[in-house]
Design a protein around this ligand. Structure first.
Ligand SMILES: Cc1cc2nc3c(=O)[nH]c(=O)nc-3n(C[C@H](O)[C@H](O)[C@H](O)COP(=O)(O)OP(=O)(O)OC[C@H]3O[C@@H](n4cnc5c(N)ncnc54)[C@H](O)[C@@H]3O)c2cc1C
Length: 445
C-alpha cells in the first residue's frame, strides 16, 4: 500500500528524530517506544489519532466509560509536544487576553473559562493520584517575573483579577526581596507568586497516562501513522500496514497536525516552535549561587522564557521562537537560547547544557483553544490549539472529547466551542510568525 503524503507546514526535521534527539526527559523513563505496531485490520467504537495528553486523556476517559477505543500514533505515546514540554501544569490555554475573551464571550464566558483552567490543573493532580503516576511533582504554584520595572504594575493588576477569580492570595515580591526567596536572576524587577499549579516530568506523566489508558482497556499502537481518513458509514483510517474501521473519530494531533488529515483542518491551526535546554546536574554550591527556589517561573515577555530547578538538581530553561526547523535553524536556536540563559543566569555561564530540543505547540486564529466537531463530518471531533499551555488544558480537553462521545460531563465551555476559523492566508500562514515575532520583540523591549 503506498501511503498518502501528510501535508505538513514545517520542514521535515520538525517531524523527525533530530529535533528531539537530545531531549532530557527521554533519559528519565525506561522506554517510550514499547508500543505495538498496528499490523492487522481492526474495528472499534472510537479511533483516536495522536497519543499525547489530548488523545490519551480522551482514551482513558472513554475506556473507563466502557467504550472500545483504539489509539494510533505515528511514532509512540508522548513523542509530540506532550513528551517535550517544560512540565508546567498551570493556568492558560488561550493567547487571547482576558479582556478580549470578555469582549467576545461576556463576563460569564470569561469566568467559565477561568474555572476551566483551574479544573484542568485539578484534573492533572487527580489523574496523577488516581493512577499512581510518579511524575516528580514539585512547585507550589508559579512565579511570574517582571522583565521591566513597569511590568510590576501590570502584575499587581493581574494579582487582583486572579484573587477575585480564584479566591487565592497571590503575592507580589519586590525586587529587593527576591534573592532571599531564592529567585535569583538578572534583568528582573520583581515577581508575582501565584499559588495555583505545579510542575511535573512530562514524559513520566504522558507514559503514566498511556499505561492507565491501556489498563482501562484502550488499545494503543505506535509507529502507525494514519495517512488517510475516509468517512461515510463510519470512518476508515489507513495506516501503512492496516485499516481501522470505527463509528467515531478523534483527531488529537495538535502542533503535529497535517493540512490533509483531514482536509477540513487545512489552514485552521498554526504550529509554533518552543525550545528547551537542560543543564548537567548542579552542585549544591552552584545552586546556592544562582536560582535556588523550587518554584517554576516565567517572565513577562510575549516571547517568554520559562524555567525551573528540577528536583534532580538540573536546571531547565525554555523559550518560544524559531520559524524554521532545519538543522541550521536549530543550531542557531540553540545558540540563542544558550545566550538568553547566560544573560539571565550569569553565575552559570560556564555550566554545560548537554540537552537541547524543540517541539511544536499550536495556535488558532482566534487565540483560544477549540474542542468540537471536525467540520461537518458526522461523529468526528478534534481538540486543538492550547497556545503553548497544554499540560493541563490538553488533559482536560481530552476529557471534554470523551464527554462529547459519552454524553457525560464536563460540558463544553463556551470559549472553546469555536468556530475554528481559517487563517486569512492559510497556505502561507507560517510566514505570519516572522512579523508577529518582530512585533513581540519590540513590545518586549
Ligand atoms: C518545547 C515545549 C514546551 C512546552 N511547555 C509547556 C509547559 O511547560 N506547560 C504547558 O502547559 N504546555 C507546554 N507546552 C505545550 C504542550 O506540550 C502541548 O500543548 C500539549 O502537549 C499538546 O498535547 P497534544 O496531545 O494535543 O499534542 P502532542 O503531544 O503534540 O501529540 C500529537 C501526537 O500526534 C501524533 N500524530 C500526528 N500526526 C499523526 C498521524 N497522521 N497519525 C498518527 N499520529 C499522528 C504525533 O506523533 C504526536 O505524538 C510546550 C510545548 C513545547 C513544544
Amino acid at each position: 500500500m503506498t501511503p498518502a503524503r501528510l501535508d505538513r507546514l514545517y520542514e521535515a526535521d520538525a517531524y523527525g528524530a533530530e529535533a528531539d534527539r537530545y531531549n532530557y526527559w527521554r533519559t528519565t523513563v525506561v522506554d517510550g517506544a514499547r508500543w505495538p505496531v498496528l499490523q492487522d485490520g481492526t474495528v472499534a467504537d472510537v479511533a483516536i489519532v495522536g497519543a499525547g495528553f489530548t488523545g490519551l486523556s480522551a482514551a482513558l476517559h472513554l475506556a473507563e466509560a466502557g467504550v472500545d477505543v483504539v489509539v494510533l500514533d505515528a511514532e509512540h505515546p508522548g513523542w509530540g509536544a506532550s513528551g517535550r514540554n517544560g512540565g508546567f501544569a498551570c493556568l492558560g490555554g488561550a493567547k487571547a487576553s482576558d479582556w478580549q475573551i470578555a469582549r467576545r464571550y461576556g463576563a460569564d464566558g470569561l469566568a467559565e473559562f477561568r474555572q476551566v483552567q483551574r479544573s484542568a490543573i485539578d484534573l492533572v493532580a487527580d489523574l496523577l493520584d488516581r493512577h499512581a503516576i510518579d511524575a516528580d511533582r514539585h512547585s507550589d504554584g508559579e512565579v511570574i517575573l517582571a522583565h521591566r520595572p513597569r511590568d510590576m504594575a501590570h502584575l499587581s493588576i493581574a494579582a487582583m483579577g486572579i484573587a477575585a477569580a480564584y479566591g487565592v492570595t497571590p503575592r507580589l515580591i519586590p525586587k529587593s526581596e527576591m534573592s532571599a526567596e531564592g529567585l535569583v536572576a538578572d534583568g528582573v524587577h520583581g515577581a508575582l507568586h501565584l499559588p495555583i499549579g505545579f510542575a511535573l516530568n512530562p514524559q513520566k506523566y504522558v507514559l503514566g497516562l498511556a499505561d492507565a489508558a491501556r489498563r482501562a482497556g484502550a488499545r494503543i499502537f505506535g509507529q502507525s501513522p494514519v495517512t488517510k481518513v475516509t468517512s461515510g458509514d463510519g470512518h476508515r483510517l489507513t495506516t501503512p500496514c492496516a485499516e481501522v474501521r470505527v463509528k467515531r473519530l478523534i483527531i488529537a494531533t495538535n502542533g503535529y497536525s497535517s493540512d490533509n488529515l483531514p482536509d477540513w483542518l487545512a489552514g485552521r491551526y498554526l504550529p509554533v516552535q518552543s525550545n528547551v535546554i537542560v543543564t548537567r546536574t548542579l552542585t549544591e554550591a552552584e545552586i546556592s549561587a544562582g536560582w535556588n527556589s523550587d518554584l517554576m517561573a516565567y517572565d513577562s515577555r510575549n516571547l517568554l522564557h520559562y524555567f525551573r530547578l528540577l528536583p534532580e538538581r538540573r536546571f531547565l530553561f525554555g523559550m518560544r521562537g524559531g520559524i524554521r526547523s532545519d538543522a541550521d535553524a536549530q543550531a542557531r536556536m540553540r545558540k540563542i537560547i544558550r545566550r538568553d540563559f547566560e544573560s539571565m543566569f550569569p553565575t552559570w555561564s560556564r555550566i554545560e547544557t548537554p540537552y537541547f530540543w524543540s517541539g511544536l505547540a499550536c495556535l488558532a486564529r482566534d487565540l483560544t483553544p477549540y474542542v468540537g466537531p471536525l467540520g461537518d463530518r458526522e461523529n468526528a471531533y478534534t481538540s486543538i490549539a492550547y497556545h503553548g499551555n497544554g499540560v493541563a488544558m490538553a488533559s482536560y480537553s481530552g476529557a471534554l472529547l470523551a464527554g462529547l462521545i459519552t454524553g457525560r460531563p464536563p460540558a463544553l465551555p463556551t470559549v472553546m466551542k469555536g468556530p475554528l476559523r481559517k487563517y486569512p492566508v492559510a497556505r502561507w500562514r507560517r510566514h505570519l510568525l516572522r512579523p508577529a515575532y518582530a512585533w513581540y520583540a519590540i513590545k518586549d523591549r
